[in-house]
Design a protein around this ligand. Sequence first.
Ligand code: M6R
Length: 600
Amino acid sequence: MCGIAGYVGPDDALPVLLNALHRVEYRGYDSCGVAIHNGNAGSGSRRIEVAKAVGYVDDLRAATGPIPGGVGIGHTRWATVGSPSKLNAHPHLDCTGRVAVVHNGSVENHYQLREELRQRGHRFRSETDTEVLAHLLEEYGSTPEGVAEALARVQGPYAIAVLFEGSDSIIAARRGSPIIIGLGDGENMVGSDVPAVLERANGFIHLEDGDIATVSASGVEIRHRGEAVRRRVHHVRWGPEVVDKGGYEHFLLKEIHEQPRVLRDTLAGRISADGHVNLGLGLDRRTPPEELFLLGCGSAAHAAMVGEAFLAALSDTRVQALEASEMVRPKRRGPGAWSVLVSQSGETADTVDAARDARRAGHFTLALTNVPESSITRAAHAIHHLRAGQEVSVASTKTYLAQLVGLYLLGLELFPPSDRRRRQMAAALRRLPEAVQQALAMAPQLEMLGTRLAAAEHAFIIGKGINYPTALEGAWKFKEVAYLHAEGFASGELKHGPFALLDTDTPVIAIMPRDDTYERMLVAVEEIHARGAPIIALTDCDNAELQSIAQSVVCLPPTDPMFTPVVSTAALQLMVYYCGLARGCPIDRPRNLAKSVTVH
Ligand code: M6R
C-alpha cells in the first residue's frame, strides 16, 4: 500500500532515500517523510532527525535542507488510519524521540495497545495505528529479541523498518506485508519492493513472515524465532531506467505503448508450433477442474470475467468469476475444485485471503500474477507468471492485457479445442501483439475522441458477451484516470433502467466487433441513437449502417472474436489517457488510490 525505503552506508542517506521513495511513490502519495540518524558513527551527539511533508516526494525534497548521516528510513503514505497530514505521515517516533518507525499494514489492536501504553505514561501525537508501534518498540528495546517481543503483541499484517538512536543499523521485519533487503557494496538498503533499492543494490532478499533483519552497511543478519537464518539472494535484473518514463510524458502512456512487447513476452515459449499450450506448471498431472473459480479485484476482476466467458466457451466445466472479496468461506471441495487468483501485484489483501481460504477448502489454487515473489505466490499451489514487467502507473494497463492473455493460455491448456480451432486460435494469439500495435497507431483518432469526451459529465460504455467486461474495464479507467463518471453496461440491460439517464449530452461508447453479438449490439445502438445520445463505435469493420448512426466509428484491426477484448481495451486506454490529460488529471497518481491495496 505504502512505500518503504531504508539506507545504511557511507553516503548521506537523505538523497538516496528521496530517490528511493520517488520510485515507490506509486504505492502511496498523500504524504511522506524520512528519519535520519543525524551525524556520523562515533560523533557523540547523534540523534534522530525527522522531516515530513504532505503531498509528493518532490514536496519533501523542496522543503528539506541537508541532513548529514548515513543511516535513515523513509515512507510514502496512502492513508488508512488517520487523515493525510504532516502529523500522521511516517516515520513515527516514540515519546523519547529515540525510536523511529515506518510501517505498511495495519495494527488491528491499536486501540487496545494505545490505551495500555497511555496508562504507562506514553503520550501520542498522531491518529495513526503506526505510532503505537514506535511506543511499543521503545518499551522492548533495540535488540532483535526485543523487537520480536514487541511485534508479538501486534495483531494484523505489517512490514516495518525501525531506527533506534545510537545504532548504525536498521531493523526490518515482516508478517503478511512484503519487505526486502537490497544488498550493495559496503552499503545496504531496505524497501517495500525492488524499485526502492534499485539505485544501490545488485541483489536482494525477500524477508519471510516472522523474520527480523538487522541491516548494517557491512552486512545483514536475519533471525527467525530466535534462530539465525539465511534467505535466498535474488539478482536485480533491472536498472533504475525500468522505472523511468522513457521519454513519455506519463508512465501510463509508456505502459500502454509497451503492450505489444508485453504480450510477446507473456506468450513466449508457451505455445507450440501446432498450437498446443504448455504453461510448464504440471497442470496435466492435477485432477482436471470440475469447477473453476476466477478471482480478483478491480481490473483483475474484469480480467477474470473475460476469462470466465472464454473458459466457459471452451468447456462444459462450471466456471465462475467472482470479486475476490465476495468469496466468503468457500465450501469444502475435492481436488476437482480450482481457484485461479488474478492479481498483478500479488499483494491485494482480498485476493490473498481468497487464495488462503480456497486452499483451506481443498481447492487447487493457481496464482496468475506479475510478481513471482509475492504474498499470493506463497499462498497458492502454483504460479502462472504474467511477465509484464514493472507497472508504475496506478491504473493497470499492460498488466490487464497480460492477464487476459494469461487466462487465454490457461484456457487453451486446460480445455484444448479441436485441432483446427486450436491452430486458428494459436495463430490469432501470435498475431495479437501486432493487432495491439495497430490499434495504438490509431492514437490521433483516439486522442481526438478522448479530448472531446473530456467535456462530458457522464458517459456510458456498452458491450456484450466477452466484451461486457471490456465495457466495465473502460468505465473503471475513465473514473480512475480521467475522473469522468462512466458506467459500463451489458448492452441488453440499458432499456431496463439506465436509459432514464440518457440524453443528448451523454456519450455512449459501444464495443461491437463483428462477432455473433454484433447484430444485437446494433439494435442497442439504434435504440440509443433514437434517444439522441452521441455514439462512438469501436468495431473491427467499416460498416455503412454504423457510419450513419454513430458520431464516430473507430475501425480496429480484426482478431479472433475471443480476443477482441485485448484490442478494444488498448484503444479505450488511449482514449482514457487523452481524456484525463485534457481534464488536467494527475494521470499516474489518481487521488485517493494506491497501486496495491494491501488492506481490507
Ligand atoms: O494488484 P491487483 O491486480 O490485485 O490489483 C487489483 C486492483 O486493485 C487493481 O486492478 C485496480 O483496480 C487498478 N487500479 C485498476 O486500474
